[in-house]
Design a protein around this ligand. Structure first.
Ligand code: ADP
Length: 262
């Protein structure tokens, strides 16, 4: 990797004295590139449904004007595209919130077992629709950790939703609660285990990048924005926790989060 320096000479007090500053601009350059990529990605993701919406509005005004069946079909597609934009904007707002608040230490204590139970109650219909069995195993509550209830709910929801979405119809999703020591003290470990399609190892290091998807078409078809795991990573960092992903193509995946208990 190339390293770039910006060297500046600035006068300081004293006869003939000057200060040389070496500033590593490699990272700044990379940040700039990432920002540009991000804006390009967001624009692309928003423009696709918008183009579809504009196209269908035009059709409704013209060819489909007097065709009730076509009108209903087009309106259903327009609704789906508008919902997609809505989800994307919701996830962008979540992401920007958790990115800007990084490394703030949460002061509230939340009960992971209770948050998990509510998240599961909301996700059951999705799982049932795909014939996926959801089970929990391991520790019983209450399991208090310092944290932000909404954000931890989001971590649980995103991981379980992915496990159901990519776990394959008729599969099994297990949420296992256990303890694992962190460098600074005790931790509560949450494993979200699916028996689904799995992920090839070359993708694993990039999965938590914004908009990174193994299969973009498939993700969009399932209502994905490509931001879910990026949000999870930031929330876990913000709680000074750890995140790991293990997966085997064709066998399934394990997404692990360990949160400090104190
Ligand atoms: P998306 O909205 O596309 O689901 P995520 O950030 O949540 O975005 O996930 C990024 C990508 O990681 C997904 O598009 C999918 O390819 C892959 N992925 C996430 N969870 C799983 C899983 N449990 N099994 C297989 N692939 C997964």
């Amino acid at each position: 990797q190339d390293v770039a320096y910006r060297v500046t000479v600035s006068p300081v007090a004293g006869p003939g004295a000057a200060a040389l500053t070496f500033e590593d601009v490699t990272e700044a350059e990379q940040m700039g590139q990432m920002r540009r990529d991000f804006v390009a990605n967001v624009s692309h993701e928003l423009r696709t449904p918008l183009t579809a919406l504009l196209g269908f509005i035009e059709t409704l005004r013209g060819a489909a004007r007097d065709d009730a069946a076509a009108r209903d079909r087009f309106l259903a597609i327009m609704e789906r595209e508008a919902e997609r934009m809505n989800r994307l904007i919701r996830d962008l707002l979540h992401l920007s919130r958790v990115e800007s608040e990084e490394r703030v230490r949460p002061t509230d204590r939340v009960d992971i077992a209770a948050l998990l139970a509510s998240a599961l109650a909301l996700l059951r219909p999705l799982a049932e629709a795909q014939n996926v069995t959801l089970t929990t195993t391991g520790l019983d509550g209450p399991l208090p950790v310092p944290g932000d209830a909404d954000q931890i709910t989001q971590v649980l929801t995103n991981l379980i939703e992915n496990a159901v979405k990519y776990g394959g119809a008729g599969g099994k999703v297990t949420i296992r609660l256990s303890r694992e020591a962190l460098p600074r003290g005790p931790g509560l470990r949450i494993d979200v285990i699916d028996t689904g399609e799995g992920i090839e190892s070359q993708h694993l290091p990039r999965l938590t990048e914004r908009f990174y998807r193994v299969d973009g078409h498939r993700s969009r078809e399932k209502g994905g924005t490509g931001l879910g795991l990026a949000i999870v990573k930031h929330i876990v960092n913000r709680h000074r926790g750890r995140m790991r992903i293990e997966s085997e193509k064709g066998k399934g995946s394990v997404f692990t989060v360990v949160l400090p208990e104190a």
